[in-house]
Design a protein around this ligand. Structure first.
Ligand code: FES
Length: 337
């Protein structure tokens, strides 16, 4: 996977419209109105419009883009109250090996500062169900926190199993305490790793499993759910999944149905780069196949899906691809661009 062949292009910063709303793809400046340490190496930011305007609605599982240093864009799950139309809250883990985004949030960003915010966007929606099993690893609790609030509100039967290195490193335990024995807190230094055979060993028809956390946890949960009914498991990755070599090492053609252009995608270019080279703008953010910004409808041809978003059924449908990383199996693709 060619990631970051060029530094990310900073999103266009535009003012919010009069009513404080903005269109997906636009980025606005929001003010940090609170910054709170919610666990070891985790801070929660509260963001509001400088004019106090209403923010776009969102649903559990949604994320926003934060535009940090020099256009560096990072995605963070919204973990506040979805029924509060004036604030967003995100939780940010300090990542020592990262590219500086989380260090900037932890060390430099202050209450009163403004930050570019894009979205919200949801690749991890909570679908209706009578029963949910939520599995969180570390900072993976952030998209699941609004989900448990929603499940509780809807009267669903739900369980959250939340693992972390230590209790001190696990954010939002205080907010979860009110749910009693629906929440199983599993600090690794006290109780070891999550007991996946206990929770996933026997498929429970009618239960939706939502998991977010480090790659090894997601991989293990995927294996454990192999015998569950199709579509039982939904995951969200913060880091791109490891990919095998592309399906083909030869150029392929991409026809852009709406603009009428045809581009050739060489093995060392992404579809996104080739399309932009033809003067057709496609929104993008992570360029790793994790955020969903560059999702594009496929009208003809077979994509080589290389993202970390679609589940197996969605891949098999072949009607959408993420052009920052995904390529072609067929000689030609026709995209709705
Ligand atoms: S830009 Fe994030 S999935 Fe393509």
């Amino acid at each position: 996977m060619r990631i970051g062949a060029h530094p990310p292009r900073p999103p266009v910063i535009v003012p919010a419209t009069d009513d404080g709303r903005w269109h997906v793809g636009q980025t606005v400046r929001l003010r940090v109105t609170a910054k709170e340490r919610v666990a070891q190496d985790v801070v929660a930011l509260t963001l509001e419009h400088p004019d106090g305007a209403r923010l776009p609605d969102w649903t559990p599982g949604a994320h926003v883009d934060l535009v940090l240093l020099d256009g560096l864009t990072r995605q963070y799950s919204l973990c506040g109250d979805r029924f509060d139309p004036f604030t967003y809250r995100v939780g940010v883990l300090r990542e020592p090996g990262g590219r500086g985004g989380s260090a900037h949030v932890h060390d430099a960003l202050r209450v009163g500062d403004e930050v570019g915010v894009g979205g919200p966007r949801n690749n991890f929606p909570l679908v209706p169900s009578r029963r949910y099993l939520f599995l969180a690893g570390g900072i993976g609790i952030t998209p699941l926190l609004p989900m448990v609030h929603q499940a509780q509100l809807l009267g669903a039967d739900w369980t959250l199993v939340y693992g972390g290195r230590t209790r001190a490193s696990m954010a939002f335990l205080d907010e979860l305490a009110g749910y009693g024995d629906r929440v199983h807190v599993v600090p690794q230094d006290e109780r070891g790793l999550l007991d996946l055979p206990r929770w996933l060993g026997a498929p429970v028809p009618g239960t939706r499993v939502y998991c977010c956390g480090p790659g090894p946890l997601l991989d293990a949960v995927g294996v454990a759910c192999a015998t569950w009914p199709p579509h039982s498991l939904r995951t969200e990755r913060f880091v791109a999944r490891e990919q095998a070599a592309p399906a083909r090492s030869t150029p392929f053609e991409v026809r852009l149905a709406r603009s009428g252009a045809t581009v050739t995608v060489a093995p060392d270019r992404t579809v996104l780069e080739a399309v932009r080279g033809a003067g057709v703008e496609v929104l993008s953010s992570c360029r790793q196949g994790t955020c969903g910004t560059c999702g594009t409808d496929v009208l003809e041809g077979l994509p080589d899906h290389r993202d970390s978003i679609l589940d197996d059924a969605e891949r098999e449908a072949n009607d959408c691809m993420f052009v920052c990383v995904s390529r072609a199996r067929s000689d030609r693709l026709v995209l709705d661009l």
